[in-house]
Write a protein that binds this ligand. Structure first.
Ligand SMILES: Nc1ncnc2c1ncn2[C@@H]1O[C@H](COP(=O)(O)OP(=O)(O)O)[C@@H](O)[C@H]1O
Ligand SMILES: [Mg+2]
Length: 279
């Protein structure tokens, strides 16, 4: 085992590096975004392979959610382009699905109806909906809660529902915006490993935003660290931990080494951003 790998063996790059997998599924080119006079980020170049998880970490307010919403087609870019496969993104498309930090469920719809709604929007037929909804409810461990409303189930279960809604459209691209930030620590761990298991069974391109360094290293093939505003890619760390990843991964010396590396970069960025934002 590579216990004492020198830090210099950790791949570093100012650009986002090369995607893992046969080809790039997502291509972000020279992306910039402004809200009026507020320039959130500029010049973001990022490619995500068709079977790759890219984790994104960065100081609060640096534009992680904004970046995901641009890739999802919910927000127009100010500069640059986003491509998914051979399609330029100008509006939401069915093959891209997003999981939101605060679950994003309709409170007046049951678990079943929330998942069915996502499929309906994606253009699924009634027969497809009847086949897929129970299958994905079972996949995320929500069998028996089909007819519950969001307020009747825990945060962890609500996010299982959010996951099922995104996964049920069998997307080519999964965008995750701090999906486990609002659940307790134990539930978070359970959901991380369940998501990894589900992803292993059908790997897709995934952009996983998190403020947890451990989670970024556990999930990602690469970890992209964003800097403070106007933001951009500060550094990219290649995570050379084997898959499938499990609880054992957390005990690998290499895991600790990568976590420390990301921590070091992020802490200097977070401090700089905090002072910048306070000005
Ligand atoms: N709709 C909006 N209009 C104006 N400013 C916004 C809007 N959404 C986000 N912002 C601002 O853009 C910056 C980046 O926000 P966000 O993408 O949510 O950051 P993060 O997800 O990294 O915390 C923040 O300063 C935020 O206040
Ligand atoms: Mg955010």
């Amino acid at each position: 085992m590579n216990v004492a790998a020198p830090t210099t063996s950790i791949a570093r790059a100012k650009t986002a590096g090369r995607p893992v997998g046969a080809k790039a599924r997502i291509r972000v080119k020279g992306l910039g975004k402004r809200y009026g006079t507020l320039e959130v980020f500029r010049n973001i170049d990022l490619e995500v392979g068709d079977r790759e998880i890219v984790a994104i970490v960065g100081p609060s307010g640096c534009g992680k959610t904004t970046l995901l919403r641009c890739i999802d087609g919910l927000l127009p870019a100010s500069e640059g382009e986003i491509w998914v496969n051979d399609q330029r993104i100008t509006q939401p498309i069915a093959s891209v699905a997003m999981v939101f930090q605060h679950f994003g469920l309709f409170p007046w719809k049951t678990v079943y109806a929330n998942i069915a709604y996502g499929l309906k929007l994606a253009g699924a037929t009634t027969a497809e909906i009847a086949e897929r909804v129970p299958r994905f409810i079972a996949m995320v461990g929500l069998s028996g809660f089909e007819h519950a409303y969001p307020y009747q189930i825990s945060g962890g279960m609500q996010q299982r529902c959010g996951l099922a809604r995104a996964l049920a459209v069998e997307p080519n691209v999964l965008l995750m915006d701090e999906p486990f930030a609002a659940v307790d620590a134990q539930t978070r761990e359970i959901l991380q490993f369940e998501l990894l298991r589900i992803w292993e069974s059908r790997p897709t391109a995934m952009v996983f935003v998190t403020h947890s360094i451990e989670e970024a290293v556990l999930m990602g093939d690469r970890v992209v660290v964003l800097k403070g505003r106007p933001s951009g890619i500060h550094e990219t760390i290649t995570v050379d931990l084997p898959r499938p990843r499990s609880r054992g991964t957390l005990r690998e010396p290499r895991f600790a080494e990568l976590r420390e590396r990301v921590w070091g970069i992020l802490m200097s960025e977070a401090r700089a951003a905090e002072f910048h934002l306070e000005k």
